[in-house]
Design a protein around this ligand. Structure first.
Ligand code: NAD
Length: 492
């Protein structure tokens, strides 16, 4: 991570603490790179414990009046934020593409659109923060009410930063909490723009947005004594540290973690839309830097060669290039470390006995790729479920195709993972589809489609893919409120 940059063209971005745009107390910065061009484009403050302390104290002070703001008014403000995001749509999308390497047309624009939808959706749910009356006895009035928790500490990754930030900010604020968020080191800029939009609408201190590293800024935030709830999206390894921090103070915690999702194709599913769906499910157009990528492809042996041949043909049509170029379908890997890591997996796949590289491969063998961290969609055939490539989350465009014959056997292989985030099933037979959906140990199973999450959908992981849900009303209630029961004796 480059921290000293002396270039006039590099933008110097500040962070938001309690309504003020400030540098880090230490004065230090972090450089942000455009991975498509390997150029430093901005610096952001390298926030630390002192900055965290100030932001949390401001959020704690702001909570007193924000929780008393009528829910419909909070919802109205969130809907105003949605309108402002829409008004800034193109600039925000370009910012996301520039810093994440995600292609503007296929990824960044849709990401901003869904983020606006999320603010609008949760804004409309404000009056659903309802309790229940409980029939405890004729002379007792017993009811529950939903109350906010207080200051939410939120930490997000870089792969879809604007969407993931919105997914935490909108429901947490709607429910009456205040939020201190830490952006990801690699992609803080668009999220800081989101903070600007929010701060123009919200009371000061309601949302603070910090930039900094996980250790220096994320850890003090998660461990701050005035924080009442931890909400984390990122790797399973860091998720375990977040859970430890929560355990120390018995705090509620939500974790959206990694995945290694299976995609199971039955022998009757050879239509063109299946091929398109497999490409979408693998998230090749986001360089497969997606927690829900269907990266373990279980193809029935009868259709194995046919489907793979057409899948290779479809992926080879994807244009890999500058994320900001309109014609690019696929952009760049986020940074050099991740690029080298994915290349290591490709080398590993090439060394596996019996493996067959069908497309893509190591970028050193491909001179037509540009100077950024570019990789072509890579498919290995004749894989087995015990390959390292089939067990570990690569977070890059590397797909392993594994043949199967027996239904019980393929479900067993699909479930043989410590992850359980998403899964895809492809068949015309509704009985088979529903049996597979029932038996797969994942928080989200899609049948005959490979799309992304939508507002209203209850989304989250089984096993080590996470705890808690996002995207839905139930998720907002479970993740960002606590229930109080009040019981009144009517005859005393
Ligand atoms: P990461 O866990 O390395 O980092 C995520 C965030 O945690 C960053 O902001 C980082 O600075 C912070 N962090 C790191 N160490 C920390 C610490 N000790 N204390 C506090 N904060 C710390 O993950 P990443 O590489 O940025 O993102 C990729 C991972 O995120 C993948 O595993 C992916 O599957 C997962 N992810 C999950 C979902 C989901 O919805 N389940 C969505 C997107 C990404």
């Amino acid at each position: 991570m480059n921290t000293v940059v002396n270039d006039q063209k590099v933008r110097r971005q500040l962070m938001l603490i309690g309504g003020e745009w400030v540098p880090a107390a230490s004065g230090e910065t972090i450089a942000v790179e455009n991975p498509g061009r390997r150029q430093i484009i901005a610096t952001v403050p390298r926030g630390g414990a002192e900055d965290v302390d100030l932001a949390v104290k401001k959020a704690h002070a702001a909570f007193a009046s924000w929780k008393r703001t009528p829910p419909r008014e909070r919802g109205r403000l969130l809907q105003t934020i949605a309108e402002k995001i829409e008004a800034e749509h193109e600039n925000l999308a370009r910012q996301v593409a520039e810093e994440t390497g995600n292609a503007l047309r296929t990824q960044a624009r849709p990401e901003i659109k869904i983020a606006a939808d999320i603010f609008r959706y949760f804004g409309g749910l404000a009056s659903e923060l309802k309790g229940e009356t409980l029939p405890l006895g004729h002379d007792l009035l017993s009811f529950t009410q939903r109350e906010p928790l207080g200051v939410v500490a939120a930490v997000i990754p870089w792969n879809a930063p604007f969407l993931l930030a919105s997914l935490k900010i909108a429901p947490a604020l709607c429910a009456g909490n205040t939020v201190v968020m830490k952006t990801a080191e690699d992609a803080p800029l668009a999220v800081l723009e989101l903070a600007k939009i929010c701060s123009d609408v919200l009371p000061s201190g309601t949302l603070s947005m910090l930039s900094g590293t996980g250790q220096e800024c994320g850890a003090p935030l998660l461990n701050h004594p005035l924080v009442a709830k931890l909400s984390f999206t990122g790797s399973t390894a860091v998720g375990k540290l977040v859970m430890e921090a929560a355990a120390k103070r018995v705090l509620p915690v939500s974790l959206e973690l990694g995945g290694k999702s299976p995609s199971i194709v039955y022998p009757d599913a050879t239509d063109d839309w299946v091929i398109e769906g497999l490409v979408a499910a693998m998230r090749f157009t986001r360089q497969s830097q997606s927690c829900t990528a269907g990266s373990r492809l279980f193809l029935h042996r009868k259709i194995y060669d046919n489907v793979l041949e057409r899948l290779v043909e479809a992926t080879s049509k994807l244009r890999v290039g500058d994320p900001l170029a309109e014609e690019s379908d696929v952009g760049a890997i986020i940074n050099e470390r991740q690029y080298n890591k994915v290349c290591g997996y490709i080398e590993d796949g090439m060394k596996q006995s019996g493996s067959k590289l069908l497309c893509g491969g190591h970028p050193r063998d491909d001179k037509s790729l540009g100077d950024g961290y570019y990789l072509r969609p890579t498919i290995f055939a004749q894989g087995t479920n015990d390959w390292r490539l089939a067990r570990e989350e690569i977070f890059g465009p590397v797909l392993v195709a594994i043949p199967w014959e027996d239904e019980d056997d393929v479900i067993r292989m699909a479930n043989d993972s410590h992850y359980g985030l998403a899964a895809y099933v492809w068949t015309h037979d509704i009985g088979k589809a529903l049996r597979a959906a029932r038996d797969i140990e994942s928080g989200w199973v899609q049948v005959n489609q490979g799309g992304g999450q939508m507002p209203g959908h209850s989304y989250g992981g089984y096993k080590q893919s996470g705890l808690g849900r996002e995207f839905s009303l139930a998720a907002m209630l479970d993740s960002f409120t606590q229930t109080k029961n009040i019981t009144v004796n009517l005859v005393r």
